[in-house]
Ligand binder design. Structure first.
Ligand code: URA
Length: 212
């Protein structure tokens, strides 16, 4: 492994090292933005959004097409559904921190379309040092894993969301595992989708209470 920062090392896509440890979120974000992507796809890093000290930090998988274009996390269809569910659960998005396990949009170009590719466990692990540092700097009361990739990034191992859904601990940081809003969007049957959405809102209500 080699040192991170705006150096030739990170420009070759190597991993950050604790000896390059940023002391502020701003410094960490500078480091992430200066580094080459650690997945094949978009060049630009989509950084976390929200205040240091936010009570809840939500962690998704990776930015999608719209997030990459906007340079902001969770602004596409999954983000809109997350906003709606948060509002129903009484969580104000502007008061929470939102980020992703993988900071770059991994995609495959098919004609004019950029098709989302799920990051491998190895790729998720390469981003992990940044994610844990980011969460330590934000220092939320509760970290929420949205879906399996985020849960894997936070625990360091593969996780079944169905089995692990609920309260969790991410290396002694209080946490909660729930589904990813994209999963809800993909449910074909409308009644099933509504039920799953209600369960998601119920999770968000528990999350709000745990972080109160
Ligand atoms: N899905 C994610 O996991 N993160 C985003 O920012 C958008 C969609």
């Amino acid at each position: 492994m080699t040192r991170a920062g705006a150096t030739s090392a990170t420009r070759t896509g190597s991993l950050p090292m604790p000896d390059a440890e940023p002391k502020t979120l701003k410094a960490l974000n500078r480091q992430i933005s200066a580094a080459n992507p650690l997945v094949p796809g978009a060049d630009r890093a989509v950084l976390g959004e929200g205040a240091e000290g936010a009570a809840i930090a939500f962690v998704g998988e990776q930015p999608g097409d719209q997030e990459d274009l906007a340079g902001r996390p969770f602004v596409g269809p999954a983000g809109k559904l997350l906003d709606q569910a948060m509002a129903e659960a009484g969580i104000d998005r502007s008061s929470v921190y939102v980020t992703n396990a993988v900071k770059h949009f991994k995609f495959e170009q098919r004609g004019k379309r950029r098709i989302h590719q799920k990051p491998t466990m190895g790729e998720v692990k390469r981003y992990r040092w940044w994610l844990m540092k980011e969460l330590d700097l934000v220092h939320p009361k509760l970290i929420v894993a949205l879906g399996g990739t985020a849960a894997a990034a936070l625990t360091g191992k593969a996780v079944s969301v169905t089995k692990a859904r609920g309260k969790a601990s991410f290396e002694n940081r209080p946490g909660y595992i729930t589904v990813h809003p994209s999963y809800l969007l993909r449910i074909p049957d409308e009644a099933d989708k509504q039920r799953a959405y209600k369960d998601f809102v119920a999770d968000l209500k528990k999350i709000r209470a745990l972080a109160a």
